[in-house]
Write a protein that binds this ligand. Structure first.
Ligand SMILES: Cc1ncc(COP(=O)(O)O)c(C=O)c1O
Length: 415
């Protein structure tokens, strides 16, 4: 452990931070196909400035900061419009997709407990649904019933139906799911919930904004939002394809009553009435203000443009991958995610390819089973695809020649 030294001048502190960052992936140059998104320097500057102004403001209690109540209300309203929420729709901003998913699990448990006295709740969801559902079940004491996806990577609704019992409090699907980027059959999943009057969550953390604008652009998008009867809540991350700073997602419920199961209130201590909408207590105003600012700066036209750019770029990248004999797409991209593996996995290791790309400055996610590389294509990649193609082809040749085996990597780290 290191003791904190005496203070040093601000310029020196900032220079040291710059130095820490020097080995990081250059996401502003389109070199990260995961973890960071960029709509360009002008948008980043609006976000950073808004974030700075609200960095120490606290949404724990908006009586003191009515500005944050207004900001949250307006952000949730716009997201509600994107999601086709009904007049009674209600939501809160959260710190990210994981917090939104934790809270939907908690809300389902709470509803089951209060309305049906369920003490051993379970949720039924496809194996493709995000790991944060698992975390939510672990934190809040629910059983997670994972159902294998079909050959096309989509949820197997019949098998999900068979897994539901009297203790099931929620079913879930994704739009799209993270691993292969396909949209689950939401109307069929929601019908399972509607028949039983239980919750149905649609995880649109990744695709909520993109699907909304792809439909407006004329793409054929299957029904996935509140227009589908039986959907009770939807999560949408703003810090992904909303192009704002980290720490911003929205969890939207079909009604205020359903939202009430998300919140927590106690006065069982000496500090007075404590109410909170989510997991956090103190809730930084920075990400909320940045989200509001970026959404208003980009506007409808900005999101249309960015969505179209991301989609065209994603399809071009899919074509490039398909043209390389050693590689195969798991599925043609439906939204803006790409998953690809080796045509002959016993001869060519895509983890070694990811290592070779990282040596060239490109960062891709690794996942499995089956062993797969994963790209979230966003607007920033449009100007860098030619460079990526050159390095991808060189890296493929290198791995094919060496026959090397790469590191399995991890989606998230614990150090
Ligand atoms: C479909 C989906 N849900 C939830 C999450 C979790 O979001 P976060 O990393 O913001 O917690 C992700 C992250 O990629 C995702 O793709």
């Amino acid at each position: 452990m290191t003791s904190l030294p005496d203070g040093i001048p601000a310029e020196e502190v900032l220079a040291r931070l710059d130095q820490f960052q020097s080995a990081d992936v250059r996401w502003r140059d389109g070199r990260a196909f995961t973890l960071a998104y960029s709509a360009g320097p002008a948008v980043e500057q609006v976000a950073a400035e808004a974030h700075r102004r609200f960095a120490s403001e606290n949404a724990l209690n908006t009586d003191a900061f009515p500005s944050l109540r207004t900001i949250q209300g307006e952000v949730v309203d716009i997201v509600g419009n994107w999601l086709d929420a009904r007049p009674d729709g209600a939501g809160f901003m959260t710190s990210g997709g994981t917090e939104s998913l934790l809270l939907t699990v908690k809300a389902a448990r709470e509803r089951g407990r209060r309305e049906r006295a369920i003490t051993k709740p379970n949720i039924v969801l496809p194996t493709s649904a995000h790991a944060a559902f698992e975390k939510g079940c672990y934190y809040f004491g629910l059983e997670s019933r994972r159902i294998a996806v079909r050959d096309d990577w989509r949820a197997d609704v019949d098998a999900m139906s068979d897994a539901i019992d009297d203790n099931t409090v929620m079913v879930a699907g994704s739009a799209p799911q993270y691993p292969q980027g396909v949209v689950d059959p939401i109307p069929q999943i929601a019908a399972l919930a509607a028949e039983r009057d239980i919750n149905c969550h649609v995880d649109a953390c990744m695709g909520g904004i993109t699907l909304t604008y792809l439909r407006r652009l004329g793409y054929d998008i299957p029904p996935w939002n509140f227009e589908v009867p039986g959907v009770t809540s939807i999560s949408v991350d703003l810090h992904k394809y909303g192009y704002t700073t980290k720490g911003a997602s929205v969890l939207m419920h079909r009604t205020k009553q359903l939202r009430s199961y998300q919140t927590y209130v106690t006065d069982n201590w000496l500090g007075g009435l404590y109410g909170s909408s989510g997991i956090l207590g103190t809730k930084g105003g920075g990400p909320m203000a940045a989200a509001w600012a970026v959404m208003h700066h980009l506007g409808d036209d900005g999101y249309l443009r960015l969505t179209e750019t991301a989609k065209i770029t994603c399809d071009r990248l899919a074509d490039i991958i398909e043209s390389i004999p050693q590689l195969m797409l798991r599925v043609r991209p439906e939204v803006t995610l790409i998953a690809f593996g080796a045509t002959e996995p016993e001869k060519f290791d895509v983890n070694a390819l990811a290592d070779a790309l990282w040596r060239r400055g490109w960062y891709l996610d690794r996942q499995g089973p089956p062993t797969t590389l994963h790209c979230m294509v966003n607007a920033v990649h449009a100007g860098h695809l030619e460079d990526f193609e050159i390095d991808l082809r060189a890296a493929v040749d290198e791995v094919a020649a060496s026959g090397s085996i790469g590191d399995r990597g991890a989606y998230g780290s614990i150090e």
